[in-house]
Design a binder for this molecule. Structure first.
Ligand SMILES: Nc1ncnc2c1ncn2[C@@H]1O[C@H](COP(=O)(O)OP(=O)(O)O)[C@@H](O)[C@H]1O
Ligand SMILES: [Mg+2]
Length: 228
């Protein structure tokens, strides 16, 4: 599904050059539920940005279903980002004064869906992430953290992406709520064949994923890990 080939991203930091991503290669199959663990500052967010075409690598390539991102013009990269990728962030990043439903409807506007279809589909997605029905019309800033992250996952699913990239999705949640969110992401991979890649520094949560990678000194290594 996604094939990452010798990816490098360097930054200039004063007169130093740092390479948080320095030769990363791996592959994920369709429907994989995988995690990347690594210390703060190890390059996890940098790597996710490259996979989601929010940023461009210094060298190397990301190939998604046979299409090389390095070969795509910017307009095609934007389309890839909006259509094929669903992002979930630690800070939820919802529009605070829009309702849960409106937040989920937003990305569908780009896809050209009519208003009624958007509303119907957003409702179905909020049901899929198990947000209480009476909270569908509540403003995002009046929802709890766990509820906001459910809405963010529903929004990420709006355009039926191939790949969900979740950057510390449980970082702002208590342990039990975090486990629910990981369970939800796991079931998306299992039931809908969506590939899910979660970045976390929480080993306990990483152990719930089927494949676990560690990012260290710019390179990624898979750990031999059975799901607990
Ligand atoms: N746009 C940027 N310009 C310069 N340095 C950056 C930029 N983005 C990230 N970095 C640096 O790259 C390193 C990895 O950052 P990041 O990917 O955010 O780590 P993580 O998500 O694992 O905490 C850090 O040293 C950070 O300061
Ligand atoms: Mg980060």
């Amino acid at each position: 599904m996604i094939e990452v080939k010798d990816l490098v991203r360097q930054f200039k930091s004063g007169d130093r050059t740092i390479k948080p991503v320095n030769g990363v290669s791996f592959e994920l199959e369709r429907g994989a539920f995988a995690s990347i663990v690594g210390k703060s500052g190890s390059g996890k967010s940098t790597l996710l940005s490259l996979l989601g075409a929010l940023d461009k690598p210094t060298s190397g390539d990301v190939v998604v279903d046979g299409v090389s991102l390095a070969s795509l013009p910017d307009a095609k990269l934007t389309a890839y980002r909006r259509r094929d990728i669903g992002f979930v962030f630690q800070q939820f990043n919802l529009v605070p004064n829009l309702s849960a439903l409106e937040n989920v409807m937003l990305p569908m506007e780009f896809a050209g869906l009519g208003r009624t279809a958007r509303r119907t589909r957003a409702q179905a997605l909020l049901e899929r992430v198990q947000l209480d029905p009476e909270k569908h019309v509540r403003k995002a800033n009046r929802l709890s953290g766990g509820e906001q992250q459910r809405v963010a996952i529903a929004r990420a699913l709006a355009n039926e992406p191939k790949l969900i990239l979740a950057d510390e999705p449980t970082g702002n949640l208590d342990e039990q709520t975090g486990e629910h969110i990981i369970g939800l992401l796991s079931s998306l991979a299992e039931e809908h064949g969506t590939t899910v890649l979660v970045v976390t520094h929480d080993q306990g949560l990483a152990r719930k994923t089927d494949r676990r990678f560690r990012l260290q000194r710019g390179t990624l290594n898979e750990e031999a890990a059975a799901r607990s």
